[in-house]
Design a protein around this ligand. Structure first.
Ligand code: MRU
Length: 334
């Protein structure tokens, strides 16, 4: 992403006192921003996936609390409304708590939200630098969901090593899984990588095992919504399946995420609330009702056991097993 025209639009924009959220449900066909009136509209935008991706929902919620502070709302209630919008990503509560701590003063709240937003760019670049060397000439990397610029800012997390390696002239390929049911891979990841001139191929989620068996995948890099104290990874549904397949086929499995995604207060993945979304997302294919009246399950995330993770690519460098030790060291370093 070296020139302005290859950049994707920013998911969250604060300009002239107005919070604007890119409606990602309309991408890639339509690029449309929606001005946010108050904390309730921000919470709804998060719940309805207008803005999605763990860091981006944290940034949107941080600004949502700024609106509440400016409008003289009950800050406890506003913070609770934002946190309840989506339960799984730890970044949401983390960002809300940071702004809540200073929100008695609306100017301080805005400062804090803008700091979270600005830090995010530097963090993505650091993740990219930590993981860039994993992509070599001729390599094919598989990714899942969208942990790209649309989920964070600028470089994304799982995609940050890809953008930096591409800028450095490394010739690699990406396989993006479509990511049913709402197609973050097919609609968002493919769009942003292609715009940046990165060689990207789309595959159905269920083709992953076949592609690995063919030897078509050299490594996997995904993002995370939460990493628990023992290193278990909560990420988009289908991630655990990839990790299990990767172990079977001897393919390294990396998780790229900022330090704010590590949750030392939650012991393991089984303790994390997994969001269950409406069955309509499963029953309906864009524009088509495929299984009307049939009950559908729609867990939005799953848990990848830490034993299946080769390393975490973070803004503090590459964290390798044993995670009990490396994650404890990360917590102790300010
Ligand atoms: O339901 P989504 O689209 O918010 O899920 C997003 C993911 O699972 C991402 O991989 C994760 O949030 C990391 S984004 C840098």
């Amino acid at each position: 992403m070296t020139s302005a025209d290859t950049r994707v639009p920013e998911p969250v924009v604060w300009a002239h006192g107005t919070l604007r959220i890119l409606d990602q449900r309309l991408l890639p066909d339509t690029v449309a921003y929606e001005d946010q009136a108050d904390v309730r509209s921000v919470a709804a935008a998060i719940r309805d996936l207008k803005v999605r991706g763990a860091p981006a929902i944290g940034i949107a919620a941080a600004y949502g609390l700024v609106l509440a502070a400016q409008q003289g709302e009950d800050l406890e209630a506003a913070a609770a409304t934002l946190k309840a919008a989506r339960p799984t990503a730890v970044n949401l509560a983390w960002a809300v708590d940071r702004v809540r701590a200073v929100a008695a003063d609306p100017d301080a709240a805005l400062n804090e939200a803008q700091s979270i937003h600005a830090e995010d760019r530097a963090i993505c670049r650091a993740i990219g630098s930590a993981g860039r060397h994993l992509l070599r000439d001729g390599a094919t990397v598989m990714t899942h969901c969208n942990a790209g610029a649309l989920a964070v800012s600028e470089l994304g997390t799982a995609t940050a090593p890809m953008y930096l390696a591409h800028d450095a002239g490394v010739e690699f390929r990406v396989i993006a899984n479509e990511t049913r049911p709402v197609l973050q891979g097919a609609r968002l990841t493919v769009w942003e990588l292609d715009r940046a001139g990165i060689d990207v191929t789309l595959a159905c989620d269920s083709a992953a095992g076949r592609l690995m068996a063919e030897g078509a995948v050299d490594l996997i890099i995904v993002g995370a919504d939460r990493v628990t104290a023992n290193g278990d990874v909560v990420n988009k549904i289908g991630t655990a399946t990839l990790a299990i397949l990767a172990r079977h086929f001897g393919i390294p499995f990396y998780v790229a995420c900022p330090s704010s995604t590590f949750d030392p207060d939650t012991p393991c993945g089984a303790d994390v609330e997994i969001e269950e979304r409406s069955g309509d997302e499963v029953r309906q294919w864009p524009g088509l009702e495929v299984a009307a009246h049939i009950p559908a399950r729609n867990p939005a995330f799953d848990v990848t056991p830490h034993e299946l993770v080769s390393a975490f690519i973070t803004d503090r460098g590459l964290l390798e097993p044993p995670f009990q030790q490396t994650l404890t060291a990360l917590r102790r370093t300010p």
